[in-house]
Design a protein around this ligand. Structure first.
Ligand SMILES: Nc1ncnc2c1ncn2[C@@H]1O[C@H](COP(=O)(O)OP(=O)(O)OP(=O)(O)O)[C@@H](O)[C@H]1O
Ligand SMILES: NC(=O)c1ccc[n+]([C@@H]2O[C@H](COP(=O)(O)O)[C@@H](O)[C@H]2O)c1
Length: 279
């Protein structure tokens, strides 16, 4: 049967598609290569460790992990896991509720989560664990689980990163080790004014820091204006105000059950039963 004009056109189109499939895609240096000055190859897979009080856990904590994962995935670095590690009771921060409650709140917040989990090792230690030691511990676990080439990255808010400049808070040797062995993913934070909100005049989180630190801190700009702090949440709860949508629902349930943060001592208008209409 003689081929028609439309058969020929179809044949040409198929040939063109096939030819394109053999062409190599343009190589995007920026997207596909790990910047050599930051990470030495062959590291392409990481696990993120977020430490803190989580007193209580907030949506800002969970959002930090999302921001960090996006940041690395956009640079072709696979994030295998996000570990959330609450400090032990001996950290002694004012108003810190017992670790078993903070863990329960985190577990409820992360229930069914596909890539994040709470780890109780730090909380179970009889004394406070310096972050460098917590990182060393988790790196060992990561090596056993994923092999030697998977690196741990320390995730932290800009306020904590700025606190590294205070010699009475961090040991200089610890910071050097954290920078060279792990690196820091630093999320901007309004309470750390150096974070700024973007633009040319933004003061730099890294201002005044030694070059070694500057090279190993990756500043990740939050894309929402977010001034959430656990301190403010505790205040709201003590005043009987709602923290719904700021604290994950599961964690609110744990707060209610145990009456944490004086939440059972104040009148909560939100909980008053609505009067039925008379008609
Ligand atoms: N809104 C936020 N934006 C950026 N980072 C945050 C935010 N909230 C907490 N973080 C970071 O999360 C980590 C754990 O924080 P932590 O549990 O100590 O919360 P916090 O809100 O700072 O607590 P508190 O108000 O009790 O001092 C820290 O690295 C902290 O900087
Ligand atoms: N020297 C250190 O290792 C050091 C100092 C200050 C805070 N941290 C850690 O930073 C996290 C947040 O601490 P704050 O809640 O005090 O901001 C905690 O996990 C804490 O252990 C570590």
């Amino acid at each position: 049967m003689a081929s028609t004009k439309s058969d020929e056109t179809l044949h040409d189109a198929e040939k063109a598609v096939e030819a394109r499939q053999h062409e190599s895609a343009p190589f995007d240096q920026e997207q596909c290569q790990i910047p050599r000055d930051k990470f030495s190859p062959p590291i392409k897979r990481i696990v993120i460790l977020l430490t803190g009080s989580f007193n209580p856990v907030t949506i800002a904590h969970l959002h930090m992990l999302e921001l960090a994962r996006d940041f690395y995935h956009n640079r072709s670095i696979q994030v295998l896991e996000g570990i959330v590690s609450p400090v032990s009771d001996s950290y002694g921060k004012a108003g810190l509720v017992k670790a078993n409650y903070r863990i329960e709140m985190l577990q409820a917040a992360l229930k069914g989560d596909k890539w994040r989990r709470v780890d109780s090792w730090e909380a179970e230690q009889p004394t406070w664990t310096r972050t460098k030691l917590a990182l060393d511990h988790h790196q060992e676990i990561v090596n056993q689980k994923y092999g030697e080439n998977t690196q741990l990255r320390y995730l932290s808010g800009a306020d904590v990163v700025r606190s590294m400049l205070k010699a009475d808070v961090w040991l200089p040797q610890d910071i050097d080790d954290i920078m060279t062995k792990y690196g820091v993913a630093c999320i901007t934070r309004l309470s750390a004014p150096e974070s700024g909100k973007g633009g040319a005049t933004t003061p730099d989180v890294k201002e005044g820091m030694p070059d070694l630190w500057k090279q190993n801190i990756e500043v990740i700009q939050d894309w929402v204006v977010n001034d959430i702090s656990a301190t403010n949440i505790r205040k709201q709860l003590a005043n009987g105000c709602s923290v719904k949508y700021i604290v994950p629902d599961g964690a609110i349930e744990v707060i209610r059950q145990h009456g944490l943060y004086k939440s059972n001592e104040s009148v909560c208008l939100a909980d008053w039963p609505c009067e039925k209409s008379k008609d």
